[in-house]
Design a protein around this ligand. Structure first.
Ligand code: ATP
Ligand code: MG
Length: 254
């Protein structure tokens, strides 16, 4: 855990008069679980949308392994090895768990249409390799019982897991989780810290998590970035952040 996998430099974004992100700087180290906390409307999801290239920043830069991603279109981000989940799950409701996971696949497919049509040995090999990736993710996240179930028939907690599973199918080096525990019960929330650990330790992915549950943040994170009104308040260990005067003021008022 040393060099930065992702760096945000003087990042700013506004919507009309609203400064969603203001001159934000932070670095995420290779291999860590890095959390972003802050009150509602602080700019957390906006930072994810900037990293995913869904939004263009007004100024600043985001570097992934030292190279700026600002010139890339959103569909190139997954190919770099950056995956994400959404605050409100975005899955294909009428498709099965397996089908939703297979959708993560096309970004990793280095074949062409003709190859697909002829089903060349190389294509077949890639297909088999990808099936293996999917099966590993299903095992990792314990989704065996749900694999052939339609998304619309599943409880919310399971849907959230499926979204994580789909993100993992691109074999990301960096995964962005937007409020993984929102809408979950306490037991499910406790599970979140375990699967984050698995993703981080077993899968070897660096994790950036936006989260409101401070217990989960403390348990799962190496470091925490606290923001409010689009601005950085502090970065440090979970303990440092929870006792930081600026952070307390942002949450509790003066
Ligand atoms: N597409 C948009 N158009 C206009 N304003 C936006 C847009 N996206 C975000 N904002 C505004 O930017 C600010 C930051 O929003 P953002 O969604 O990043 O906050 P957040 O920290 O994720 O909040 P929450 O904890 O409620 O999810 C808010 O004032 C929000 O209203
Ligand atoms: Mg948000």
């Amino acid at each position: 855990m040393s060099e930065a996998i992702l760096a945000a430099q003087n990042l700013s974004l506004s919507f009309g008069g609203v400064h969603a992100v203001r001159d934000v700087n932070f670095e995420v180290r290779e291999g860590e679980v890095f959390s972003i906390i802050g009150p509602n409307g602080a700019g957390k999801t906006s930072i994810f949308n900037l990293i995913s290239r869904l939004y263009d920043c007004d100024s600043g830069d985001i570097r992934f392994r030292g190279a700026s991603i600002m010139g890339l279109p959103p569909h190139r981000i997954a190919g770099l090895g950056i995956a994400r989940t959404f605050q409100n799950t975005e899955l294909f409701e009428h498709e099965t768990v397996l089908k939703n996971m297979l959708i993560g696949r096309h970004v990793h497919r280095a074949t062409n249409l003709l190859g697909e049509i002829l089903f060349l040995p190389r294509v077949r090999r890639q297909e088999l390799e990808f099936r293996k990736v999917v099966e590993d993710v299903i095992d990792l996240l314990d989704l065996q019982t749900y694999r052939n179930k339609v998304i619309g028939s599943l409880p919310y907690g399971v849907r959230k897991m499926v979204e994580v599973a789909r993100a993992l199918c691109i074999q990301p080096q960096l995964i962005l989780l937007d409020e993984p525990s929102s809408g979950l019960n306490p037991e499910e929330t406790e599970d979140v810290s375990f699967w984050i650990e698995d993703i981080n330790q077993e899968y070897g992915a660096t994790v950036i998590m936006v989260e409101h549950d401070m217990n989960l943040v403390s348990r799962a994170s190496n470091r925490v970035l606290a923001i409010a009104d689009g601005e950085v308040l502090a970065v440090g260990t979970p303990d440092e952040i929870q006792t930081h005067p600026e952070v307390l003021r942002a949450y509790l008022g003066d």
